[in-house]
Write a protein that binds this ligand. Structure first.
Ligand code: LP5
Length: 241
């Protein structure tokens, strides 16, 4: 089996270069894979499946085309697109995964996450996450008008941009104790996540045994993907052109 993992593309009309690179990736790398996993922050901001846009339609059509060729597509929510829902997935031919989710790869249980829930030192973010992601808030948010969601979404992005600039970089990274505890709880030796925009393969020792944390890269100055096959894990970057 061949797997392809990507995350943090932040697709948006203002960055057609990223959309082009993604569509090219679907036609090449993803077509060679049996399964494609998109681990959150696929879109810069997703306000709900009722938001029609040329970009969303283009992406949905491209995913549906890929899924028609036999590649299974899985999508997980990120902190920017947690309102992405069933209507999108039905149209795009993909399956929405819970966060966290365990997948069997090469006979091993592998834990998949977006990664934001591991940033437990970022107390202001954790508070905001709890507030936005509880079932009552989600119900209320989904039932606001699109204009209201746009207004709140803009406010949150601006506030977040401002605050993130001022946070020390260790605060916005994962908490390593939380990583170990999460991997222990799920009984896994491999964790794949995005969110932090710090692509790397970290070799760990948890309870005296080897483990690894693979961090996917964000698509900004380059594109990033993780290829997995019977030979192991390869984190690759490529130009956006
Ligand atoms: O996204 P990124 O990586 O830049 O920053 C994240 C954290 N920020 C966020 C916010 C998102 O960027 C914007 C959310 C858009 C959601 C759109 C859909 C829902 C819209 C609602 C529709 C009704 O996730 C950032 C982390 C960073 O990752 C690293 O982990 O630090 O967290 C923050 O910056 C949070 C601030 O510290 C706290 C913000 C308080 C905001 C108060 C605004 C009040 C307005 C609310 C109105 C309801």
């Amino acid at each position: 089996m061949r797997y392809l993992f990507i995350s943090d593309l932040h697709l948006q009309p203002e960055r057609p270069d990223i959309t082009r690179a993604f569509l090219h990736c679907l036609d090449t790398r993803a077509r060679e894979a049996d399964e494609l996993y998109i681990l959150g922050d696929f879109f810069e901001v997703w306000l709900g499946d009722d938001e029609q846009s040329p970009l969303a339609n283009e992406v949905i059509n491209a995913l549906a085309k890929l899924s028609g060729t036999g590649t299974r597509i899985y999508v997980m929510h990120g902190n920017r697109d947690f309102l992405l829902g069933r209507r999108f997935c039905r149209a795009a031919g993909c399956t929405l995964l819970p966060d966290p989710h365990i997948v069997q790869i090469n006979g091993e249980q592998v834990l998949l996450m977006h990664g934001d829930s591991l940033c437990t030192d970022d107390l202001a973010y954790m508070k905001m996450r709890r507030l936005l992601r509880n079932p009552v808030s989600l119900f209320v948010l989904r039932n606001l008008s699109l204009a209201q969601r746009r207004k709140i979404g803009r406010k949150l992005r601006n506030e977040s941009r401002e605050q993130t600039r001022q946070k020390p970089s260790d605060i916005t990274d994962v908490n390593l104790g939380q990583v170990a505890e999460t991997m222990r709880r799920h009984g896994v030796r491999t964790l794949i996540h995005g969110h932090t925009h710090r692509p790397a393969i970290h070799q760990l020792v948890i309870d005296g045994k080897p483990a690894q944390r693979i961090v996917l890269g964000d698509w900004d100055t380059a594109g990033w993907c993780l290829k997995v096959d019977e030979n192991g894990y390869r984190l690759e970057s490529f130009p956006l052109t």
